[in-house]
Design a protein around this ligand. Structure first.
Ligand SMILES: Cc1cc2nc3c(=O)[nH]c(=O)nc-3n(C[C@H](O)[C@H](O)[C@H](O)COP(=O)(O)OP(=O)(O)OC[C@H]3O[C@@H](n4cnc5c(N)ncnc54)[C@H](O)[C@@H]3O)c2cc1C
Length: 496
């Protein structure tokens, strides 16, 4: 067992996308500071499969032991379906079972952030994306006949080519997908995670504790002074000299705050938790994109390409408003040849992710026991206008998939069956994109959970650095922006 000292300069909770960067950057900047990195999960059970991007669907299904196993509450606007909300519990966090696609987000997204949280507009964050990219490999997917025909169909639909959605001023248009993948010495693709790339363990001043569940942050007055955790059925506590950084992800971070007495006092009282800091928005503003799907069978004499990536190497950015300055659809593409693919082998699927939805939800506690999963209500489609956005995104998928350029790949549209009521279909099939964020919103305003330096309001020595702090949704999968926040967050701490 690892020897744990009684005191560290910094304690970081969660060795996921954000926590691994924060730990490494702090350790690198000063070899005299001591850092404890605490992770509830352990090492991955089957690294070869897990690090092979094309096994993504299989890994998601076959390794429940690296997942928290969260489920949503029944969603009334999705016909009361309970949505499985995967979130990794493993060294490396959700980057270990995510699809590895790399999308920064639109420049206008971050300018919106800057309006809500001073110091976080595009000009403030661009250099941090570039720093992440100088360390994390970003590989541009290679196109082929199928992808070229798909791009021709997107062009027929009226979209422009956009060679690089990450560096262009606008994301609008079709482009090869970019992935956080590296190439091994035997020319295989390998998933990159911030844990394996930034490798906090390589620093002698980092102590890594695995299979340790943090249950509470301890305070002396307003000062965070330590954490309590459970490992192997025993409870421990460890003290901190400088700061505690919560990087447990958008579901677990608000849970830990609430268990520590930081949250809405009325709600905490109902579950017998004494409120130390009445920060009402903890766990509020839970945001997730939805995706809708359009499936096509492929003629028997054709075969779908076998890709080394987690998804087909193509993405189409569009607009539910038909307006190139409002980019709120990110359409990815699935093919039946991917291992563990949830559809017929000879099929291809367009999956428009619908972004900037108005609906929001909550993460709250069901009890004061750290063993209980929180109640997660993403509130999907609780704002009526969102169903129209989903219909527009679905329509984009249907129209592009049925364009003449794809005729040699298309036998027939298998889902939704022609003639299906699209609203019913969306309520029956729309699903999570796993882009949970916003539950500890950052803002310049005093109601936000963290300030623009990521400090939890009312407290000292406690920051949140992970996907929880998004002030507003973005047109992107959430890993890139989370890594950017971690990089910038570490710089903010170092400059104090
Ligand atoms: C299935 C899936 C597919 C996705 N696909 C993509 C994609 O292709 N591209 C993309 O950009 N984004 C994708 N995402 C989203 C992206 O991976 C996440 O937004 C990002 O990893 C979040 O980083 P984080 O640091 O906030 O949390 P995480 O990376 O989840 O890290 C949180 C860590 O904290 C640990 N932890 C939690 N509670 C405790 C506790 N009490 N004590 C100790 N440790 C704790 C967890 O075990 C975990 O390791 C996907 C997510 C999922 C789940």
């Amino acid at each position: 067992m690892i020897e744990v000292n009684s005191m560290y300069d910094y304690i970081i909770i969660g060795a996921g996308s954000a926590g691994s960067i924060v730990a490494s950057k702090l350790a690198d900047s000063d070899s005299n500071v001591s850092i404890l990195l605490i992770e509830a999960g352990g090492t991955p059970p089957n690294p070869i499969e897990m690090f092979t991007p094309s096994c993504w669907f299989e890994v998601l299904q076959e390794y429940p032991e690296i997942d928290w196993g969260y489920e949503s509450q029944p969603q009334p606007n999705l016909n009361n379906r309970v949505i499985k909300l995967s979130q990794a519990k493993v060294l490396g966090g959700s980057a270990l079972h995510n699809a590895t696609v790399y999308v920064r987000g639109g420049q206008s997204d971050f300018n919106d952030w800057g309006n809500l949280a001073q110091g976080w507009s595009w000009s403030d964050v661009q250099a941090y994306f570039e720093s992440v990219e100088s360390t994390m490999k970003v590989l541009v997917g290679q196109t082929d006949n199928f992808i070229n025909d798909l791009f021709a169909a997107a062009k027929e639909y009226g979209l422009p080519e956009n060679p690089n959605y990450n560096t262009s001023e606008s994301q609008y248009g079709y482009a090869p997908f970019q992935f956080n993948n590296n190439i091994t010495t035997d020319y295989q693709l390998c998933r990159e995670t911030t844990y394996t790339t930034f490798w906090p363990e390589k620093y002698p001043n980092v102590t890594l504790l695995t299979r340790a569940l943090v249950t509470k942050i301890l305070f002396h007055g307003t000062q965070a002074v330590g954490v309590e955790y459970i490992q192997g059925n025993k409870k421990y506590s460890v003290s901190v000299a400088n700061e505690i950084i919560l990087s447990a992800g958008a579901i677990a971070t608000p849970k830990i705050l609430m268990l520590s007495g930081i949250g809405d006092e009325d709600e905490l009282a109902k579950i017998d938790i004494e409120t130390l800091f009445n920060v009402k928005e903890v766990g509020k503003n839970l945001y997730d994109d939805l995706f809708v799907s359009v499936g096509f069978s492929i003629p028997d004499h054709k075969s779908v390409p076998i890709y080394p990536y987690s998804l087909a190497p193509a993405v189409i950015f569009g607009s539910t408003k038909g307006n190139d300055s409002i980019v709120d659809i990110e359409c990815s593409v699935g093919v039946g040849t991917l291992k563990g693919f949830p559809g017929p082998r000879n099929s291809f699927w367009l999956w428009p992710n619908v972004m900037h939805l108005q609906s929001k939800g909550t993460v709250s506690l069901r009890s004061n026991s750290p063993d209980d999963h929180p109640l997660i209500n993403p509130g999907y489609l609780n704002q009526t206008e969102d169903i129209e956005s989903c219909k527009a995104a679905l329509q984009l998928g249907i129209e592009i998939g049925n364009k003449p350029s794809l005729s040699q790949w298309r036998k027939e549209q298998i889902s939704p069956q022609p003639g299906t009521n699209l609203e019913d279909y969306i309520r029956d099939t729309a699903n999570t994109t796993y882009h949970y964020c916003g539950t500890c919103r950052m803002g310049s305003d005093s109601n936000s959970v963290v300030d623009t330096e990521l400090k939890v309001r009312g407290t000292s020595g406690l920051r949140v650095i992970d996907a929880s702090v998004f002030p507003k949704p973005i047109t992107a999968n959430t890993a890139a922006a989370t890594m950017m926040i971690a990089y910038k967050g570490a710089d903010i701490i170092r400059s104090c």
